[in-house]
Design a protein around this ligand. Sequence first.
Ligand code: BMA
Length: 334
Amino acid sequence: MELPVIGPLTSSERIRRHPDNPVLDASRVPYPTALVFNAGVTKFNGKYVMIFRNDYGSLADETIKPHHTTDLGIAFSDDGIRWEAGPRPVFKLHDEEVIRAYDPRLTVIDGRCYMCFAVDTKHGIRGGVAVTDDFASFEILSLSTPDLRNMVLFPERIGGKYVRLERPFTVYSRNGVDRFDTWIAESPDLVHWGNSDLLLAVEHVPFANDKVGPAAPPIKTNKGWLTTFHAVDLDPSRGKNGWEPSWKKRYSAGIMLLDLENPKRIIGMSKEPLLAPEAPYEIVSGFRNNVIFPGGMVLEKDGEVKIYYGAADTVECLATAHVDDLLQLCLEKE
Ligand code: BMA
């Protein structure tokens, strides 16, 4: 299959990277870690909470490479900008069958904090949903069949059902290559998931040629559910770009608006990336450069939206925009 080449990409003018970026990195975590990124962030009982992916492998030791040794750490903040990491990781899955859990996404529903996460197992990648009230103990409610990941929950039931976005890995039916799309599913109890539908396909997004999937969990606005997505383009001519021998992908963030009552309906989507890799911490000296992966979105009372994102699979960053500007991006015609 011929890959359409996606040229240079730039970020929207409606969003600003925070001057304190990265807001969290390995140097500010009080235990050994190599990469701190792809965090889920929410507000819970008046505090900002972040659960981040902690890849603690060593670059020097081939047997414990980062991206292979992962647990989840926690950080708290009073203002969403200055973060303090907790003394130890809070979540880890690893046994004979399970390799690791990663890429947490947090959503508060009816006063409880739910966490979606990906699980690499020896028999495929599974999507998990857990719940916690204290960020110390987590009850796992469900694990999907493989291959599925990047699940995010909506912050309330819609038509009586819990709803999530997800990204199955449809390798066989998509000619054996990455061509992964965003799907939407619902559940009566967060355990049984079904009524699945395709929501957003790669070919609908002008800045993707490889995969599009959920990013941060949606936020509610008076015009609809506002949600980011990750959009990946692959260029086989790209070579070494980071610490790995070869990295040919670029991850950007897009934004779209879904109908409040029927989130299977996309009201609008920006045809341009919201955030494309441009800042030094996104494009140089990372594990995988050119990766932006939002995992948390907080709507403040004054209309500011904080978007937290992993940069270069190495650090955690923050960008801000006004909610009206984000809605306009989704609604304006080209
Ligand atoms: C995916 C996942 C993400 C990561 C991305 C870019 O396969 O591992 O966690 O951010 O690749 O490396």
